[in-house]
Design a protein around this ligand. Sequence first.
Ligand code: FAD
Length: 496
Amino acid sequence: MNERVLIVGSGIAGMCTALALSSKGFQVQMLERDSAPPEGDADNAFFDWQRRGAAQFRHPHAFLGLMCNLLEENYPDLLEEFYAAGARRIEFQDMLSPELESQYVPAPGDEKLWVLMCRRAIIETVLRRYVERLPDIEILNGIHIDGLITEPRGRSLRAVGVRVRRDCVAEFGETLHADVIVDASGRTTHFPRWLEAQGAPVTEENDAAEIVYYTRHYRLNPGVSEPPRGGKERSAGDLGYLKFGVFPGDNGNFAIIVCLHNGEAELREAVKDGSSFDAICRSIPGVAPWLQEGQFVATTEPFGIGDIRAVWRHFVVDGRPLATNFFAVGDAALRTNPLYGRGCSTGILHAHLLAEVLSEVSDPISRALVFDQRTEAEIRPIFTASLREDQNGIKRALASHQDMPLEQGKSLKSWLGLAFGDALAYAARNNLHVLRGMLRTVNLLEKPGDFLKDSRTRLIILGYMLRGRKNNATARVQNGPDRQQMLELVGDQSIA
Ligand SMILES: Cc1cc2nc3c(=O)[nH]c(=O)nc-3n(C[C@H](O)[C@H](O)[C@H](O)COP(=O)(O)OP(=O)(O)OC[C@H]3O[C@@H](n4cnc5c(N)ncnc54)[C@H](O)[C@@H]3O)c2cc1C
């Protein structure tokens, strides 16, 4: 392979694209607007690295089974470097409640049900140092790309290079050329705008999740252990008006997220204040054990991020690529609500799909079409499931805001659907076989919901349905204050 590939953006998807392409023999140059990570450990990177190009850098990340298994299959030595930096490998057995753990017998496939727990700072810095050592990859930092250079080719365009922003020109020149250009510049990509300006408009599916996402980071004091996993009260869930989650991290660090519907003005204001944020979290039984007096320190103030959307961009329109030799991966191509922790996994999968296509197919038009088809086949089901979850989340938040009862089931069909959902939630808490299936879906190790095609799983769930909806419904209810109680709590907090 003598082709030179230029990747714009050295975030998670960019670096994984570089890795995957270099393993297939391509020469890769990466162009990154931000500086390289600072010397030192995860704390140096977390606290000191100016990461303006990836606004989500300091928000906690879950690294799901899909990503973990892809890394393990392709770069096992990289995983060792993650562990050495403090990342933890959490296996299926570690996720079980004490009751389920007592019944646990290993089954085929359990070895794939694992996740990494650490701050994104570890993943990015370790990945970055690993990529830098590879001879076929060059990373240029501090280079801001400001345009796509194309030539007309039949009825479409052919990408031939990128334009460098004026303030970087002295160092890097005005343009850089390559055989293939990859947009890995993330959620704020400008490539669609540049394509449109050249007469090739990218069509876009774009749905707001209508939430704002707030984070605060903490560290357990020396000698303090994490609260046990798998207890009755869950450390992540949905109170209707507020979604929450604890992210255990590396080296005693952990983070808590609180997500609020855009319309929750009072709570959104309150959550920006550190003591109100903590008070809100302590009022939720599944989160409170993490914030016991004297056991932790807060390492940041709360901070938020908005513009949470499900976005899917089409670079092949009416069966024709908008530009050949141009590909978008990761968030630049598609993104899902971060609440589900899927972006890095779909980004790495996308990177590997691109490397496969570029090494298997040489005709430029066929490359674009095959990449588009494989992206649709592999990632569209995940995107569709995420969008459906967003729509249900919005309905729950609005019902809660208007103090309306939730999910009654107006027709027999919808009542049955809800009864099935309750039974599934109950079964996943009490039955290992169902939990395994559900975690395969959560970790993107199979197409969403595929485990429900299994007849044993269906029979178990049916058995739980026969217990009656009232019994099962408890599994979906999260303990915590209702909206009115929470508003009173933050009101008292602001008076204090
Ligand atoms: C709040 C939040 C929480 C999240 N939580 C999770 C989670 O728990 N699990 C998970 O898997 N995913 C999560 N995600 C999604 C995940 O962060 C992204 O899917 C992932 O980072 C995408 O990788 P990427 O390489 O496409 O983009 P990024 O990682 O954003 O990288 C883009 C890179 O391009 C560079 N760049 C941008 N423009 C230019 C330019 N013009 N010139 C040169 N360089 C440029 C940027 O500096 C950056 O380095 C979360 C996202 C958000 C917003």
